[in-house]
Ligand binder design. Structure first.
Ligand SMILES: [Fe+2]
Ligand SMILES: [Fe+2]
Length: 143
């Protein structure tokens, strides 16, 4: 059984993850020269920012405060962390982004299974999950 405390803890994890995605894609969009990739990263950062806001709203709804937690990139390898800032070119950057999106998707899927009795929360998790899936598909297709 998922308690409200568990839900808030999980939501704060996603709050951090989504904030990190915003800053990552924003930073990448400033770095890359490829105009199509640049514009896409800018657009994806806007969508990640919507996730930050919808997660924050849900945290408030459960009576919590969006605080976030640190070090959520830790599950990713050092190699991937290096690629995240674009050290190994476009292919490395796309590969790192796909790894990050897949980590987010796995966590959303896991939370969805646990949040089965929380309709509004579940709907939100589904909607963010599908966005992450679309990002993954775009990054994979562009490789
Ligand atoms: Fe997101
Ligand atoms: Fe995403």
């Amino acid at each position: 059984m998922l308690t409200e405390k568990d839900i808030l803890k999980k939501l704060n994890w996603f709050y951090s993850l989504e904030m990190n995605q915003v800053s990552l894609y924003h930073a990448q969009s400033k770095k890359v020269n490829d105009i199509y990739l640049k514009k896409t990263l800018e657009r994806v950062a806007v969508i990640e920012d919507q996730h930050v806001k919808n997660i924050a709203d849900m945290i408030n709804q459960y009576g919590g405060k969006p605080t976030g937690v640190g070090e959520f990139v830790a599950p990713l390898s050092g190699k991937v962390a290096g690629d995240i800032i674009g050290a190994s070119g476009t292919a490395g950057l796309l590969k790192a982004n796909i790894a990050l999106e897949q980590k987010a998707m796995a966590d959303y899927r896991d939370f969805i299974l646990k949040a089965i009795n929380h309709q509004e929360l579940s709907d939100l998790l589904w909607s963010n999950l599908i966005d992450e899936d679309l990002h993954t598909a775009w990054f994979s297709n562009y490789m």
